[in-house]
Design a protein around this ligand. Structure first.
Ligand code: ADP
Ligand code: TRP
Length: 342
């Protein structure tokens, strides 16, 4: 096997493989959009991008077949509506690449238990007094398999995923050391640090688990109700206000262009501009920003077979790539099979 250069820089002339996964575990919200999805969409233009719906990972928290099927389809709809283009990237479901589970097992045999015990989300669950299952315990090994099976160079993720990418790098290096060759490529994380945590309606980090989200595809009354519920302080309408300590402005600045941002900051500082006014601005901005995506989503909902065909094609491409990486991995590990999975 040829020696690959192990770097994640975007400067080389050869197209880099970019990979990321999205768990289908509920409706996508503004935090997901600005923290992850927007970067995924940008990266489609910058390399050979692979994006998948991590349905096996979601099994660690969603244990209801109909719900998981629905979430999986919804994430596909949402991404396609937001601009994921199957002509530009490979978009597929994790479960359409069974080789991933095979590699996860092999990597698991090289993973010290102590490494998983240090996992942040595993430790969180234990600290909350929950009894995590083995799936959650070994979640990072499956994530490593997701990444390594396509020879990914760059993995764009939120800062909370840093540790999992470190584990993937470690496991690739272990495999290469144990089996004495460059079988798996060491990936680089691409962490988007510039996007501050998007606040939810109650001012805490926007998160499904806090029930404080504004969802990307909320509209009409639901959207209005949520925007109007964003928590503010009680500065009187006529007084000047500080945009930088306001949850409404923290959301406005994500949507408004430079000019509009400047204009709204001035209004805050001048006084006579109440939080009700700010919320109206926010509502109009959100509505406008996702207007086209909403229309595309409505179209796609009416054509579920088109969506499934896209996923099927993406799955085929992903499987071909995965199989190329798996063949030498099986061979060197001495795993004998008498059939083909392609
Ligand atoms: P949730 O907290 O709602 O369960 P996830 O953990 O599924 O969200 O988030 C998936 C990705 O979306 C994360 O890796 C992170 O990059 C991004 N993300 C989620 N919430 C926020 C937020 N409030 N601000 C910025 N990014 C976020
Ligand atoms: N753990 C990721 C998250 O919760 C999802 C994920 C699964 C992923 N496999 C991946 C992300 C591989 C990047 C690469 O957001």
């Amino acid at each position: 096997m040829s020696k690959q250069k192990q770097t994640g820089e975007m400067t080389s002339s050869k197209k880099k493989t970019i990979l990321s996964g999205i768990q289908p575990s509920g409706r996508l919200h503004l935090g997901n959009y600005f923290g992850a999805i927007r970067q995924h969409l940008d990266f489609q233009e910058k390399g050979d991008a692979f994006y998948f719906i991590a349905n096996y990972h979601s099994l660690t928290s969603v244990q209801d077949g109909d719900r998981l099927r629905q979430y999986t389809f919804d994430v596909a709809l949402d991404y396609l509506a937001l601009g994921m283009d199957p002509e530009k990237c490979t978009f597929f479901a994790q479960s359409d690449v069974p080789q991933v589970l095979e590699l996860a097992w092999i990597l698991g045999t090289l993973t010290p238990v102590s490494m998983m015990e240090k996992g942040v989300s595993f430790k969180d669950k234990v600290a909350q007094g929950l009894q995590p299952n083995i799936g959650l315990f070994t979640y990072p090994v499956l994530q490593a398999a997701d990444i390594l099976i396509y020879h990914s160079d760059i993995v764009p993720v939120g800062a909370d995923q840093k540790q999992n990418i470190e584990i993937s790098r470690d496991l690739a290096a272990r495999f290469n050391r144990v089996y004495e060759g460059d079988y798996l490529r060491i990936p680089e994380p691409y962490i988007v640090e510039s996007v501050a945590t998007v606040p939810g309606i109650d001012g805490r980090k926007m998160s499904k688990s806090y029930g404080n989200t504004i969802d990307i595809f909320d509209n009409g009354k639901t959207l209005k109700k949520k925007v109007m519920a964003v928590v503010t302080d009680s500065t009187p309408l006529e007084d000047p206000k500080n945009p930088d300590s306001c949850n409404v402005y923290a959301l406005i600045r994500l949507f408004a262009g430079t000019e509009k941002n400047r204009e709204i900051r001035k209004k805050y500082q001048a006084g006579g501009f109440g939080y009700g006014h700010a919320k109206k601005e926010l509502l109009a901005l959100v509505d406008d920003y996702f207007h086209e995506a909403r229309a595309r989503r409505e179209q796609l909902v009416r054509h579920p077979d088109t969506v499934r065909d896209m996923l099927r094609d993406g799955g085929r491409k992903a499987r071909e790539r995965a199989e190329k990486v798996m063949e030498p991995v099986r061979e060197v590990a001495g795993i004998v099979r008498h059939f083909s999975t392609l």
